[in-house]
Design a binder for this molecule. Structure first.
Ligand code: CA
Length: 223
């Protein structure tokens, strides 16, 4: 992942560059909009981090012009300003996120990763098992021509089973993934949730997808 950082304060620029290099990114750093334009020629970046208060052209104007020129990568603004108006202006200019100075590097890193991940999710992806189709972006589930309505929990559970179809999953593993909990298999929470899910995706249909693995948990089979 290749970042372009535009920041006029030398100390902050060096600190950010070092931090992202240590986190495994490639980094180009520019001191103002004009310098940044030179970096953008002929190089493909994955994300732009841009200070708002720059000498000469400010960060908003710079990003707005890049957007008008067709730049599509995520942009995160660094701003010393705190008013609602200024935050809105950043989004209007084509920013995807902002962080108010001073900030913790860990937060900036987390936001950058989230922006890059979100972009990755734009790629259409559907999951299949037999005549079951899941669209995780639209959060829709179909079996054949039927649109099925699942709760968020049932949806997460089904996605896990389909992503790992053919694999026996223990109740503990399911509980940890779906409920983000760490608990023993003494509880029947998983069994109750599976029963509800089966009522929707299996009971009305001749071919059953979810099967019980005695003494272990559950498996989703693609016949
Ligand atoms: Ca500045």
């Amino acid at each position: 992942m290749h970042l372009l950082i535009v920041e006029d304060e030398a100390k902050t620029r060096a600190y950010l560059t070092k931090g992202f290099l240590e986190a495994g990114f490639s980094v180009d750093a520019a001191c103002d909009a004009e310098d940044a334009r030179h970096h953008l020629v002929g190089t493909r970046f994955d994300l732009l981090i841009c200070d708002v208060m720059l000498p000469g052209e400010d960060g908003w104007s710079f990003v707005r012009s890049l957007r008008q020129g067709g730049l599509q990568i995520p942009v995160l603004f660094l701003t010393a300003r705190e008013s609602v108006h200024d935050r809105v202006a950043g989004f209007d200019a084509g920013g995807d996120d902002y962080l108010i100075k001073p900030f913790a590097f860990a937060e900036l890193l987390a936001r950058v990763r989230a922006l890059l991940r979100r972009r990755g999710e734009m790629v259409p992806l559907t999951l299949h098992a037999a005549d079951l189709t899941i669209d995780p972006v639209r959060r829709s589930v179909r079996r054949g021509a039927d649109e099925l309505h699942l709760t968020n929990l049932e949806f997460s559970l089904l996605v896990m089973l389909v992503e790992r179809k053919g694999e026996a999953l223990s109740r503990t593993e399911i509980a940890e993934r779906v409920w983000d909990l760490n608990f023993d298999t003494g509880t029947n929470v998983v069994d109750v949730a599976i029963r509800r899910l089966r009522q929707k995706i299996d009971d009305p249909y001749p071919v059953k997808l979810i099967q019980t693995v005695r003494g272990v948990g559950y498996i989703l089979r693609d016949p």
